[in-house]
Design a protein around this ligand. Structure first.
Ligand code: PLP
Length: 390
């Protein structure tokens, strides 16, 4: 059996350090926002060059906090790609704002400048300079939320250009893309705030939920720091000038993450090797038109959280046949967000965002993780070829 993930193998490489750090937390009995969290924040600042890094309870909470810290709430709208994990849009709704969905491109499954631009024109009209109000709801457009899907950096130069021309904020959903960059600048540092997830299956995963916020704006950083502790003043914990949430990071999480962080770059390199082997081994199938291989602009832009091929027909049968043959494959994500029942009041219909719908019907994610061996990759490719041939 080739599993979809092998978290135990990753952990075994850092187990001694993780256990020592956890022991230190237990000895100290300070369980939230203590020295382990401070170390993780410092290392994230140093790795990315960000002015501020704030650890928090999850990637979902990071997105919520980012939006709230930029003052986005009721009466506002944020453009979000419809082909992403639910949390990207869920966070917008939690602030009281309205998600407006945009399509993605065919090759990278992501929204770039053109897709954000098209959504703005379609749903708000294209007046430059003036406030953009949603045609149906009247909500005021405030921000774009690019998602670095599957570990690949979105086209940030373009996106920041589209936002800048209209005075919009940019909140990056970098939950899947820690370690990726565009032209040497880390994801999460292109927009106003960048949000990361440390969910256990992520490239850097904790022993539970966790997240991280990056920003280069000192005032936004100060507000984020307050909002993650119920809006309390940093100097007076019982003074609240606004309402936040409890989004603190636990020290146990930070301990595990600190232990793993030292291995992240090596793990990313191994993911890149696995991806390169998939590309080479699957090339004949791609040439024969049986599948589409993922697109990767430059090596450093992709950290291969997922290796995702596109299969034009009978994708679900291919998954079942692979599973039956002992190879795990997954579909992220089978239903685009604009067609989720909870968003039906927004009025989207089948066919509104065709590339998102096509991606949801066609994507297939293959196992990719640092301990996956070359022989395993070859077996996955054989299994996929056999499943496609039926
Ligand atoms: C694209 C994307 N956004 C947001 C999240 C939310 O992160 P979390 O699960 O840490 O809340 C995830 C991961 O689960 C994700 O993949």
């Amino acid at each position: 059996m080739i599993s979809f993930l092998d978290l135990a193998a990753d952990f075994s490489e850092v187990e001694a350090d993780a256990r020592a750090r956890i022991d230190a937390v237990l000895a100290r009995q300070q369980f939230v926002l203590g020295p382990q969290t401070a170390e993780l924040e410092k290392r994230m600042r140093e790795r990315t060059g960000a002015l501020a890094a704030l650890a928090c309870s999850s990637g979902s909470d990071a997105l919520y906090l980012a939006l709230a810290a930029l003052g986005i709430g009721a009466g506002d709208a944020v453009v979000v790609p419809a082909f992403t994990f639910f949390a990207s849009a869920g966070a917008v709704v939690r602030t009281g704002a309205e998600p407006v969905f945009c399509d993605v491109d065919t090759r990278g499954f992501m929204a770039g400048g053109a897709q954000f631009e098209a959504a703005i024109e379609r749903e708000f009209g294209s007046r430059h300079g003036a406030e953009l109000r949603h045609r149906r709801s009247g909500a005021r457009l405030r921000a774009l939320m690019p998602v670095h899907l599957y570990g690949q950096a979105a086209a940030m130069t373009e996106i920041v250009g589209v936002a800048g021309a209209r005075g919009l904020a940019v909140i990056e959903d970098a939950a899947q893309a820690i370690g990726a960059d565009v032209d040497g600048r880390s994801v999460g540092r292109w927009g106003n705030v960048g949000c990361f997830s440390f969910y256990p299956t992520k490239n850097l995963g904790g022993a539970g939920d966790g997240g991280m916020l990056l920003t280069d704006d000192g005032a936004v950083a100060a507000r984020l720091a307050r909002l993650r502790v119920h809006g309390a003043s940093v100097t007076d914990p019982y003074l609240h000038e606004e309402v936040g949430i409890n989004a603190r990071m636990g020290e146990m999480q930070a301990a595990v993450l600190n232990a793993k962080l030292g291995r992240l770059d090596a793990w990313t390199e191994r993911r890149r090797d696995v991806a390169a082997r998939y590309m080479a081994r699957l090339e004949p199938l791609s040439r024969a038109g049986a599948l589409l291989l993922p697109h990767c602009a430059t090596a450093s832009q992709h950290v291969w959280h997922q290796f995702t091929v596109r299969i034009a027909e009978r994708r679900d049968q291919v998954v079942s046949r692979m599973e039956a043959g002992g190879v795990a494959a997954r579909v992220f994500y089978p239903r685009p967000l604009h067609l989720q029942p909870c968003f039906s009041a927004l009025g989207y219909r089948d066919g509104d965002l065709p590339e998102c719908e096509k991606a949801a019907a066609q994507v297939l994610c293959l196992p990719i993780y640092p301990s996956l061996g070359d022989d395993d990759v070859d077996r996955v490719c054989e299994s996929l070829a056999a499943a496609l041939a039926v």
